[in-house]
Design a protein around this ligand. Structure first.
Ligand code: NAD
Length: 344
């Protein structure tokens, strides 16, 4: 099976490429490298001994998309290419709609003309907006989004549903990711913390490595066991494997379906910090700050539907998530140091 992965050099995309190649599938990647390094794909090629067809460019570039679909017989598309910073999306909503919505439109039109009608779309738990109850199932109402990022994901989901309603020959799957963290156990790929990231793990890594003074824990008076916010962290490799299960189980089918991807277990911020300290032996400098407006006490999902329908299981626990993140980070530092020495 040949799969086009948009945004395939990024954090989640690179882990999906790795799993696809390890499962004997072929990967074609388009990425404009605005938030990724080409090194990720080289590392995957070296680790798996297989080649990835890589196109540096933008999913809004119709000519390039046409070229890719002419040069390859694509069986399915996994569409990850998107901007993903919530805070940036509040400042620059038009950029977010342009990138995330226009990109999806161009891709869908190219797919339609080329005859490829199988699409896996990377959506987000943020489409649920604020919810009072847990676990969140796919039947919960969506909307009430508080930022352009979440709204762009919801709009794309609605476009995909409309498309399926208009033409039932499409095979469309929406994955709502909860909180992916961790890295491949080899340490060759992982998430590169970026100054825009407000996600917990990248901020924790920056605090541990002295790139920020400390890790801010926003609120310790929530109605949770230790007072800090609870989220559904999922190992990125488990998340990537869900795509492989779906490609296998939904091949040749038609439909429009939605799956939550999380572990179904909530972990608090302090649990994550203390687990990281336990598995690495390091001290995480952190301080308690005021609650942030809009943050929920607790948010975790039920992923029973994906388990039942896709035959998917999660294997990694919180310790694995912390251990692999740290292994990757040490490798990244080594790589950066080596790059500097080679450049001198
Ligand atoms: P990432 O930034 O690491 O990966 C996205 C990739 O897409 C990057 O390599 C970037 O260079 C590329 N890209 C962006 N716009 C592009 C464009 N117009 N054309 C071509 N390439 C483009 O992010 P990620 O964490 O790997 O997220 C992947 C997807 O999963 C995104 O759609 C994101 O919204 C979604 N998601 C991520 C999370 C998370 O916590 N990481 C949670 C829920 C959903």
């Amino acid at each position: 099976m040949k799969v086009l992965i948009t945004g395939g050099s990024g954090y989640i995309g690179s882990h999906i490429c790795m799993e696809l190649l390890l499962e004997g599938m072929d990967a074609v990647v388009i990425d404009n490298l605005t938030n990724a390094h080409i090194d990720n794909l080289r590392e995957i090629e070296e680790y798996t001994g297989k080649k990835i067809a890589f196109y540096e460019g933008d999913v809004r570039d119709r000519k390039l998309l046409d070229q890719i679909f002419q040069e390859h017989e694509i069986d399915a598309v996994i569409h990850l290419a998107a901007k993903k910073s919530i805070s940036e999306s509040v400042k620059f909503p038009v950029d977010y709609y342009d990138n995330n919505i226009s990109g999806t439109l161009q891709l869908l039109e190219t797919m339609r003309l080329s005859g490829c009608r199988t699409m896996y779309f990377s959506s987000s738990a943020s489409v649920y907006g604020p919810q009072e109850k847990n676990p969140i199932t796919e039947e919960f109402t969506v909307g009430g989004c508080t930022n352009a990022y979440a709204r762009s994901k919801l709009m794309a989901e609605e476009m995909l549903e409309d498309l399926y309603q208009s033409d039932a020959s499409w095979n469309i799957t929406v994955f709502r990711y909860f909180n992916p963290i961790g890295a491949h156990h080899s340490g060759v790929i992982g998430e590169e913390p970026n100054e825009l990231s407000t996600n917990l793990m990248p901020c924790l890594i920056q605090a541990v490595s002295g790139q920020r003074d400390d890790l801010k824990v926003y609120g310790n008076d929530y109605p949770t066991p230790d007072g800090t916010g609870v989220r559904d962290y999922i190992h990125v490799v488990d998340l990537a494997k869900a795509h492989v299960c779906a490609l296998r189980n939904l091949e040749g089918k038609t439909g429009y379906r939605i799956y939550n991807l999380g572990t179904g277990t909530g972990y608090s911020v302090l649990e994550l910090i203390h687990t990281f300290e336990k598995v690495t032996g390091l001290n995480v400098p952190y301080g308690i700050a005021e609650r942030r407006p809009g943050d929920l006490a607790s948010c975790y999902c039920s992923s029973e539907k994906a388990r039942k329908e896709l035959g998917w299981e999660t294997y990694y626990d919180l310790e694995d998530m912390c251990r692999t993140t740290w292994k990757w980070h040490k490798n990244l530092l080594r790589r950066e140091k080596q790059g500097k020495i080679n450049a001198e």
